[in-house]
Ligand binder design. Sequence first.
Ligand code: KIV
Length: 260
Amino acid sequence: MNKKIKKILLKKNKSKIVSLTAYSKSIAKILDKYVDIVLVGDSMANVLYAHKDTHKITLENIIQHTISVKMGIKNSLLVVDMPKGTYNNFKSAEKNIKLVIKETGCDAVKIENNKKNYKIIERLTKKKIPVMGHIGFTPQFKKKFKIEGQTKAETIKLLKEAKLIQKAGAFSIVLECLSPKSAKIITNKLKIPTIGIGSSSNCDGQILVTDDMLGLSGFYPKFVKKYLNLNRIIENAVKQYTRDVKLKKFPSNKNFLNGS
Ligand code: KIV
């Protein structure tokens, strides 16, 4: 088993697993010093490409961004989101995932659950491809946002999904926007770690979209904690640069290259 995955598994019930998304080397290099898992998420669709959902992100988009992210990663587990339509059946899933791994050198892939792809996960993990599952609000398959697991019946269904993903051999599962109670039940019942987003601190770990927590994306639902207003910081720097150029304060003598 991949050593980085083993390390993640050993954290269950011991210490929280910290995860964030990255789409480029510069951000990945910073995250790599602190986080356990870096996800190249298909959330890049909304964050970088202004798509209304994640459906049109292509394998090429994901591969290009992961090549960049990989350059910044030494320690963290690098997980890649498989885009919608790239794992409809085992044959295409295997072909596309092998291509992603070959081109990027990532450690694992994430597959959203559509209640039909357990067998695909099982066949992939039997071929030693590490898979992370994803249940609850799965943007590739659900149109309407809703907190899931708010009733006992819903929680039982979610737990069943999570257990089937675990049985299929996934090494962890993202729980997106689940009620705190269902996140707690699922986390307690599973042997593999759960990584929550909008699902309370009852999960084994947490993930956020980095651009959201940095205040860069403009998307700040209640479950996001904005640690910085990077938009404002960048804007101030750009404003100062603009002023300096116009006032001929930049470049100054200090910025002249020797000998030129
Ligand atoms: O695409 C993504 O960034 C994700 C996380 C929000 C879990 O799937």
